[in-house]
Design a protein around this ligand. Structure first.
Ligand SMILES: NC(=O)c1ccc[n+]([C@@H]2O[C@H](COP(=O)([O-])OP(=O)(O)OC[C@H]3O[C@@H](n4cnc5c(N)ncnc54)[C@H](O)[C@@H]3O)[C@@H](O)[C@H]2O)c1
Length: 362
């Protein structure tokens, strides 16, 4: 979604540009807690988003990250048809050294004071145990362990959503959504990547796997009969689909030039180095990109289900809707000749605008 480059703006100008509703700075010298909670939009419901703990180089970097993350959550919830708004939190600090029970519980107190306007879940640098600590202070948290009534690890559901997104793109490109006989490169075979490899293998898809962790490449390729490829050669492989499931920013001017795939669809966040430039380059090259925040929404859907009283069946139904959501986006992209990310943003913004209207009418 449109995220302005605003390094030189004042905080309030930046909030206006991003369209944010509220920011809460949480400071507690006793526990060393320094956190920022950003609530982007609550038109569709309470703002839900992860809490990331990271040793940011500067407070400004932390603020920029939380503004970007929370805005993405608004769009993700909207396009997934969930009654949730967008928010996120960041805790400034090294999760391996600075995290304590007291710090996490104090953070939970700040969330409690928002009276349900913000609900959190885990993200990079936090885990289900941290969610348990937060839950000791507030009920406004999701993604805690199954053993205490939570929905557990969302990664398999995220992978299922990515799989549905891949199928929607295959239908658009090849006229049917059969994956048998197609080929997919899965980059990053961690929590999401491994389940994706399994789902693809079960449909008789030819799967290539790569990861910076070579031991893992060996294990996963053996377990699922996938073909290992070096991370450096990914863009030389002649496969139908590239599924980035590791880090962001892998789609840039030089990789687009090399790319042989017809489809890009994976779970990694922020896959395009420059959203508008590289979105347009892919469109011009005829490569279909499944917008990341649309097809990796399974984790959010899992959290939403948990809030509604978890049902695995309902969670799977909502995740399977990613197929139709992706199809609508691809259709709009084609009709208006706009990059798929722009089409997704339009659909997300329209739903929010429509619901805003009915909420302010009698
Ligand atoms: N887990 C979820 O439910 C979820 C939800 C939405 C988005 N995502 C995104 O999907 C991606 C994968 O998530 P995950 O939970 O599987 O993470 P993970 O940490 O379990 O797995 C990531 C894998 O990528 C590998 N990797 C890291 N850097 C790499 C590189 N430069 N090249 C190749 N491989 C590399 C790691 O070794 C690891 O095996 C992340 O970008 C995450 O933000 C995950």
């Amino acid at each position: 979604m449109p995220v302005p480059n605003t390094t030189d703006l004042s905080i309030f100008s930046q909030l206006t540009d991003y369209g944010h509703h509220k920011i809460v700075f949480c400071n507690d010298p006793d526990t060393g807690l320094k956190a920022i909670i950003a609530i982007h939009d609550t038109t569709l419901g309470p703002a839900l988003g992860g809490t990331r703990m990271w040793a940011y180089k500067s407070e400004r970097d932390a603020l920029n990250d939380v503004l970007r993350l929370s805005k993405t959550m608004t769009y993700k919830a909207s396009v997934s048809g969930l009654n949730l708004g967008g928010g996120s939190a960041v805790i400034i600090g090294d999760p391996r050294k600075d995290k304590t029970e007291a710090l996490m519980r104090k953070f939970g107190r700040f969330i409690k004071n928002l009276n349900g306007e913000f609900i959190t879940a885990e993200d990079m640098g936090t885990n289900p145990r941290d969610m348990e600590y937060i839950r000791m202070e507030t009920q406004h948290v999701t993604g805690y362990p199954e053993t205490i009534g939570g929905s557990g690890d969302p990664s398999p559901i995220t992978a299922k959503g990515v799989f549905m997104g891949i199928k929607a793109c295959v239908k658009e490109t090849f006229g049917n959504d059969t994956l048998a006989g197609r080929s997919v490169i899965v980059q990053g075979i961690g929590h999401v990547g491994e389940t994706l490899v399994r789902l693809l293998r079960d449909e008789n898809t030819k799967v290539y796997v790569s990861d910076i962790n070579e031991e893992r490449v060996g294990q996963i390729s053996k377990k699922y009969g996938a073909q290992p490829v070096s991370n450096n050669n990914i863009f030389d492989i002649d496969a139908d689909i590239y599924a980035p499931c590791a880090m962001g920013g892998t789609i840039n001017t030089s990789t687009i030039k090399k790319l042989k795939c017809a489809i890009i669809a994976g779970s990694a966040n922020n896959q395009l180095e420059d959203e508008s430039l590289h979105g347009r380059m892919l469109l011009d090259k005829g490569v279909i990109l499944a917008p990341d925040y649309v097809i990796n929404a399974g984790g959010l859907i899992n959290c939403y289900s948990e809030l509604m009283g978890f049902s695995r069946k309902r969670t799977l139904q909502l995740t399977e809707n990613i197929y139709d959501a992706t199809r609508s986006i691809l259709k709009l992209s084609k009709v208006e000749n706009i990059p798929t990310v722009e089409a997704a943003n339009k659909i997300a913004e329209k739903r929010i605008a429509d619901i805003k209207k009915i909420k302010t009418s009698y």
